[in-house]
Design a protein around this ligand. Structure first.
Ligand code: FAD
Ligand code: NAP
Length: 336
């Protein structure tokens, strides 16, 4: 069934009140192919929606919104030391993480509590606490919008990068991801050196952590630092951490000795949150929008902000970071 003039407010974590001209919920690939082939809808622009946790809606969506609700998690292969687990694109990402932890499939515990659905995870190669989707990725299936054909993509086909993939670049708007398969291990190779994980494990008095313990530590840290979108609308980190030539980092460090920098291949990754905070934005409220008091990188809707207000705030932040540091921030959130 195609719904008309639907408010997208419950479907985006910024809580922005944009309206979709048309909305179709699809629960399997056949359903999706039927919607794509429907002659009455053929001239409509298409807009794919997952959990709405990485979008900024600056206007009504004059398009057919395809809400991906393809469910199901299956173990498709088991070897002596690994598992391949396939998940429908409409599964909530954190539910997949919990399912894996409960069944002893290791490798995604650091990605606990990232909002959104499985189908969007490859879009920006989601990452947190030193682990990215690409580290556990096996393959995905996606439906081509123009033909309805199903194609399989390997990791190299996806061209994953830092919060990047081929689906945000060369193939933008061309495919709808229908399932994602992960390669997980039987033996856990825990990564606890990132951020405050070790500190949190110590606080919990855990000396030999399991995947479940690491997941719980990540959940605790995230809940203590990040605004809950149900309470305060947001889309997580609004900007990517900029990666600059190391010579630029050294130049900046001579002027700002405390500037954090992390090796990223030959280059250096800066912490966008630190740059924004130094420019005085942390906790600042402008109209109905602002930068969060605990993490400057997260822009928030304090109640009745419009997408344009949040977009304009992001412009101001980008200008002041550029003026102060000569560094161009790039938005991570998908702006419509
Ligand atoms: P949506 O917002 O619905 O869509 C995002 C983009 O993907 C859109 O362009 C959409 O058209 C496209 N898309 C969605 N589904 C599909 C599909 N099936 N096929 C093709 N295109 C599709 N991200 C991180 O990487 N790491 C984090 O630690 C993290 N923490 C966050 C914390 C908070 C509090 C919030 C609100 C967000 C955070 N995010 C993080 C961002 C966000 O959760 C992820 O980017 C997530 O993968 C988005 O999923 P979604 O289903 O909500 O995507
Ligand atoms: P944090 O621990 O305060 O660290 C600040 C920044 O420094 C992070 O962005 C992180 O980069 C970088 N960093 C910290 N330790 C690092 C290390 N050992 N090696 C390389 N880089 C390091 O960050 P936070 O805000 O609390 O977030 C914690 C994790 O959750 C981060 O990985 C972050 O990306 C992720 N997160 C993402 C979003 C999102 O929407 N994308 C939202 C919330 C949290 P990276 O971001 O590259 O990891």
């Amino acid at each position: 069934m195609i719904e008309k003039n639907i408010s997208l407010k419950p479907y985006n974590t910024f809580g922005l009140d944009a309206e979709a001209k048309l909305l179709a919920r699809v629960s399997d690939v056949i359903d999706l192919q039927a919607v794509l082939a429907d002659s009455k809808l053929i001239n409509e622009e298409r807009f794919v929606l997952g959990g709405g946790s990485n979008i900024l809606l600056t206007k009504d969506v004059d398009a057919l919104v395809i809400k991906n609700e393809i469910s199901g998690i299956q173990l498709v292969e088991e070897t002596d030391d690994s598992y391949i687990v396939r998940s429908g694109a409409g599964v909530v990402w954190h539910q997949l993480v919990m399912h894996c932890i409960e069944n002893g499939y290791a490798g995604i515990e650091n990605l606990s509590l990232i909002p959104g659905n499985v189908g969007a995870a490859p879009m920006q190669n989601i990452g947190a606490y030193g682990v990215e989707l690409k580290d556990v990725f096996h393959s995905l299936e996606a439906v081509e919008i123009t033909t309805g054909n199903v194609q399989t993509f390997s990791a190299s086909d996806c061209e994953f990068g830092y919060r990047e993939s081929v689906f945000k670049r060369k193939l933008k708007g061309q495919f709808i991801i229908s399932s994602v398969s992960l390669l997980l291990t039987k033996e856990a190779k825990l990564n606890t050196s990132y951020g405050a994980i070790e500190e949190e494990l110590e606080r919990l008095k855990i000396q030999s952590p399991s995947t479940k313990d690491v997941s719980q530590a990540v959940i605790n840290i995230r809940q203590s630092k990040l605004p809950d979108p149900k309470v305060l609308g947001n889309s997580g980190s609004f900007f990517k951490n900029p990666v600059v030539p190391t010579s630029k980092f050294e130049e900046l460090r001579s002027m700002f000795p405390n500037i954090p920098g992390y090796p990223a291949g030959e280059s250096t990754k800066l912490a966008a949150g630190w740059l924004i905070e130094q420019c005085g934005w942390k906790g600042k409220v402008v109209g109905n929008a602002g930068s969060h008091a605990k993490q400057a990188l997260v822009l928030v809707n304090y109640g009745n902000a419009t997408g344009v207000e949040i977009f304009n705030l992001s412009e101001q932040i980008m200008c002041s970071v550029y003026d102060t540091f000569g560094v161009q921030l790039e938005r991570e959130v998908n702006v419509y």
